[in-house]
Design a protein around this ligand. Structure first.
Ligand SMILES: *Cc1c(COP(=O)(O)O)cnc(C)c1O
Length: 575
């Protein structure tokens, strides 16, 4: 599997490239350098870039012990263990070495080299940074072990490895970079490295402030923010910054660019990027109100069509819409596919999921029953509990008509998230024999594909406006699975009621942040499920399949990463 020879680097050094920096990139299910949505999006970005032969290079961390493996006991208590994997099976360690200074020590960094190859012949070089190299102190060797592990100090050091170490490694290897794309604030320190790189002499500018050539750095940088919640932005106290990184910039300048009170990675990105975007139109608006005064655009996320289409649907698309994988606009012709064949392809995927459910949990689910899927990070704002708000009412219309498949990990330190999983287990017990529910362990890209293709309906219930975009619903649409979702993130753009799927609760504009506003959403959820969705599924298969076609022809047609990358190229990279 590892055929990435260092000699292959040379072909990537001939022309200037766009460097894509991300703390996590989900390049392959067995390469555990991703935790969830952000990393899978980064992987889809690289896969589309390879298909489209874009001049990119990706930089991330090796995360040798992954995010974590999730085990759940009978009560839904989550335990975590390292998700070790062996880099040498997939990639090659380059001998070049760069250094950064952390807590006054020189820390050596090496890079694992991997090439993402497309069947179109496109190739994207990827660098996975590793501090587990000879000569480093033990604690420094562990810096690239755990994705999102450790405390603030550990995180700051990781971000220095990524941002500062990443830029140095690209130079060391001989890359010529024309843009730096920061996927979320984690890579923000790359701006500081560029500032030092482009520093001018005092004789040249006189004004001390202008020595660090901010306009020039800005020309090079593109920043994508993903977080519509203030607490979600990385911030580090200047005390910690000074202790760990030393005076990487005069503190006065650093505070000017990264915030007075704490070093805010998002502010670094905002202040030092020429192009800034949110990941859906609504998220752009939310970001603008969080950070007034900045020009913020939006490029709505997409998913990699081929990766997120199951085998049986791929066969169907190959037959009726050849070329779809590299030109998802062709989904516009989905109407050519006969209803029976769409249904048959879907039922094949459903059979595979239910087979996996049986294997993993011992629960036999009903092939002909309406099956709802819900899988994502188990964290409070995603409100996985919403469906169970009134168990008696749910029983009333759902008995014998519904079954539900759940999955999702809670971050090891997210106790409310862990409580949520336990809560779902309790509801599962309470509904035993009436509505069958399973919770699949250790959610990853493989389980995700099985679920988004094998259920009949994809449920999403985030608290507005916290879902910046969401991408799993786009994956569902690629498999003809309709969304039933709160109007937030991408669904505001993809939703046509009763046509591409169904909404839950009021239109997004009508509610601001909604701590205690579950009630209208619950009411609408139950009403539509009981009065519209269940009857349509069982009594009007024709309409149901027509809607499956619309999910493909209208949602997958647009919400794919090929369209997303074309937008980044024309709006952000070529400027
Ligand atoms: C797509 C994906 C996600 C993101 O799902 P959302 O519903 O957008 O939060 C998370 N984890 C995995 C493994 C995925 O494949």
């Amino acid at each position: 599997m590892n055929n990435n020879h260092p000699s292959e680097l040379a072909e990537f050094l001939k022309d200037p490239r766009i460097a894509y920096f991300s703390m996590e990139i989900g390049v392959h299910n067995d390469i555990h350098t991703y935790s969830g949505g952000l990393g899978v999006l980064a992987g889809d970005t690289i896969r589309s870039a390879a298909d489209m032969k874009l001049p990119m290079a990706a930089v991330t961390l090796i995360s040798k012990k992954g995010y974590f493996r999730q085990k759940l006991d009978n009560e839904g208590n989550q335990t975590e263990s390292p998700a070790d994997w062996e880099p040498s099976k997939f990639m090659t360690l380059l001998h070049e070495r760069v250094h950064i200074r952390l807590e006054g020590r020189d820390v050596g960094i090496q890079a694992w080299f991997y090439i993402e190859k497309s069947i179109t012949g496109g190739k994207i070089p990827m660098l996975f940074l590793d501090t587990d190299v000879e000569g480093n102190a033990k604690e420094d060797r562990e810096l690239t072990y755990y994705l999102y592990g450790g405390d603030d100090r550990y995180r700051l050091k990781q971000e220095a490895v990524l941002g500062i170490g990443g830029v140095r490694m690209l130079y060391e290897l001989g890359f010529e970079i024309k843009k730096y794309h920061m996927n979320e604030g984690h890579a923000g320190l790359l701006t500081v490295e560029l500032l030092n790189e482009f520093k001018k002499d005092i004789e040249e500018v006189w004004d001390e402030d202008l020595i660090w050539d901010v306009p020039r750095v800005r020309d090079f940088c593109v920043f994508t923010t993903h977080t519509p919640v203030d607490a979600g932005h990385d911030r580090f106290s200047y005390e910690l910054v000074l202790e760990v990184l030393g005076e990487i910039l005069p503190i006065k300048i650093l505070k000017k660019l990264g915030g007075e009170g704490k070093l805010n990675m998002t502010l670094l990105g905002l202040n030092l990027s020429e192009y800034i975007n949110g990941v859906a139109k609504k998220h752009r608006d939310v970001s603008k109100s969080m950070f007034p005064g900045y020009e913020i655009s939006s490029v709505t996320n997409g998913v990699h069509s081929y990766t997120w289409t199951c085998e049986s649907m791929r066969r169907l698309y190959d037959k009726y819409i050849p070329g779809w994988a590299n030109e998802p606009e062709l989904f516009v012709r989905v109407g050519r596919i006969p209803d029976e064949e769409i249904w048959a392809a879907h039922m094949e995927a459903k059979g595979k999921l239910l087979g996996y459910v049986y294997e993993a949990t011992g629960v036999k689910m009903d092939y002909d029953m309406l099956t709802i899927g819900f899988a994502r990070r188990a964290t409070a704002y995603k409100r996985a509990y919403l469906l169970f708000n009134d168990i008696e009412r749910l029983k009333g219309f759902g008995a014998g008509k519904l079954q539900i498949v759940y999955a999702g990990k809670a971050h090891p330190k997210d106790n409310p998230g862990k409580d949520l999983i336990r809560h779902i287990y309790k509801c599962k017990e309470a509904l035993k024999g009436v509505i069958n529910i399973v919770y699949l362990e250790d959610y990853d890209m493989e389980i995700a594909l099985k679920m988004v293709s094998g259920v009949d309906l994809w449920l999403n219930t985030p608290q507005r406006p916290r879902e910046a975009s969401g991408t799993s619903g786009m994956k569902a649409a690629h498999n003809g699975v309709m969304n039933f979702s709160v109007l937030d993130g991408w669904w505001i753009e993809g939703h046509i009621e009763g046509y591409t799927g169904w909404s839950i609760g009021p239109a997004s504009e009508e509610t601001a942040t909604a701590e205690d506003k579950d009630a209208p959403d619950v009411e609408d959820l139950y009403h539509k499920l009981g009065d519209i969705i269940i009857p349509t599924f069982y009594n009007d298969r024709h309409t149901w399949v027509r809607m499956m076609q619309n999910a493909i022809g209208k949602n997958a047609y647009y919400f794919n990463s090929h369209r997303m990358m074309r937008r980044y190229v024309t709006e952000a990279y070529i400027r």
